[in-house]
Design a protein around this ligand. Sequence first.
Ligand code: NAD
Length: 289
Amino acid sequence: TAKIIDGRAVADIIRTECSVRVQRLEEKAGIRPGLAVILVGGDPASAVYVRNKIRACEAVGIHSFTHRLAETVENDELLGLILRLNADPSVHGILVQLPLPAHIDMARVLETIAPSKDVDGFHLYNVGALVTGNTVFSPCTPYGVVKLLEHEGIVVEGQNVVVVGASNIVGKPMALMLMARDATVAICHAKTRDLAQFTIGADILVVAAGVPGLITAPMVKRGAVVIDVGINRLGNGKIVGDVDFVGVSRRASHITPVPGGVGPMTVTMLLVNTIESAERLHAMQRTAA
Ligand code: NAD
């Protein structure tokens, strides 16, 4: 039976490192890393995500600035706020919580964020950098998966990886990041014919489709590493991933639980990116001096 990868434990280790890095920056440079979070409208799930991110910041000593805008906010007002945050030296990371209301031009919003403060990694510049392998900021969820694999000592190089899900925030960047680490990567999605034919060949299977029970034991190779990114709330309120955890645990060598697997890593990598941004600024100031 598979080893359960404890995402909370790995996240705790990295968050402790984060606290140390924040302290060191404060002592050496008098810099306190700052994250600005923009929340548009009253979506309850988004409000929960934002609250978790702010709490996580506070726990490691990152300054957080929350900007709550009305559902009806105009594009120009939102873009104006981002431009002010771009110019604000106390802000090292800017995050616009998605989804945005339909009347907002999301592409324009993401491209207005300075790439050097784009800690979510969604700006076209950072997406392009991901393609060429010169990462500026990696998107937090796939970055968290990479860190989980590293902490478990799982070798990626040369492995056959299958990523199920091809979204811009999880599946596609996940595939690119593993390709950059010399895995052989296939990407599957909703239109893939005979999903099992692909998944059965995977040494490492990463699932981010948002479909509970999508991956069952017969679809998984014996000894595979299975990373379940899915977060689905069932009718009874229970949170499950995309993988049949009980069945697949009998075949896999490693598996992430939901909750307690990839989830805690996502917010952790946001903290890492924000601190990294502040550290880069400090390094630039030293070079200039
Ligand atoms: P999305 O809806 O944007 O994309 C889903 C992808 O899965 C699409 O490419 C789609 O083609 C594919 N897909 C859908 N049904 C499929 C099927 N039957 N077979 C194969 N592929 C299928 O979703 P997303 O934003 O990428 O998120 C995916 C899942 O990951 C969701 O459950 C989401 O809640 C979760 N998620 C978790 C975290 C985390 O921190 N753990 C972060 C982001 C998203």
